[in-house]
Design a protein around this ligand. Sequence first.
Ligand SMILES: Nc1ncnc2c1ncn2[C@@H]1O[C@H](COP(=O)(O)OP(=O)(O)OP(=O)(O)O)[C@@H](O)[C@H]1O
Length: 260
Amino acid sequence: MGLQLSDITLTYPDGDSFLTALDGVELDVPNGHLTAVIGPSGSGKSSLLAVAAMLVTPDSGRLVVDGTDVADLDRHARTALRRTTVGVVFQQPNLLASLTATEQLQVMAHLDGTPPKAARKRAAELLDAVGLAGKAGRLPGQLSGGQQQRVNIARALMNDPSVLLVDEPTSALDRERSAAVIDLITTITHRRGTATVLVTHDRSQLGGADRVCEVVDGRLRDHHPTAEVVAPTENAPSAPVRAGTEVPAPGTRPGSYRPR
Ligand SMILES: Nc1ncnc2c1ncn2[C@@H]1O[C@H](COP(=O)(O)OP(=O)(O)OP(=O)(O)O)[C@@H](O)[C@H]1O
């Protein structure tokens, strides 16, 4: 299951010609694995996530999400698959200013037709899981940037996704809060068994990744040895990057989890 992209090519119209944003991309993310994607600005990282999230249709190639070949689906079935299996965490939390943390999550459940009582319970569980149990009644303006990003992550988990796509989640956070958010994403991946893709500019955030890939000019390069990927700075994680190694996926997806 998990997420598989095979020979994915994506072009955008560019004046009289086309710009190739993704060029023959191959990516296989099993459940319970965190794949970090790095690469220079404009190299195609967000395009990769957009294809994986079924928000953009590639020109060619095969996309399999949680065991379903997306090419077999019409637009409605694709939307349904996204709603039930994919969680997306965007760079900016984009929380609604007038809603409390709990309500941000409940809105998602409402859109999916979840009964209010069940939605309230799930929202409470998830806010607890991301360390915000005591802040469930707060508005975004009453939360720090890191706390807002935690609400954003909890919101992406409301549909219990098996595929989690995370785009630069720490760009607005300081080093300490960034580390806490990345740690949370790593924990969610391993404990819930999500197939997670994390796009990041920050090489100091790669310590928890099972694999590290680099996009250059729309091409996904093979995994790099740790020393090539993780810059030797004081931010470098102590845990080694297990580039290209296989870590057994959990047999079942545990029902509850807590941040470390
Ligand atoms: N909707 C679009 N229409 C046309 N070109 C686009 C579109 N979206 C992205 N591009 C182009 O596709 C290429 C890849 O863009 P993408 O946003 O995927 O890169 P990125 O690696 O995520 O960049 P960044 O790190 O700056 O966010 C870039 O050259 C970009 O200008």
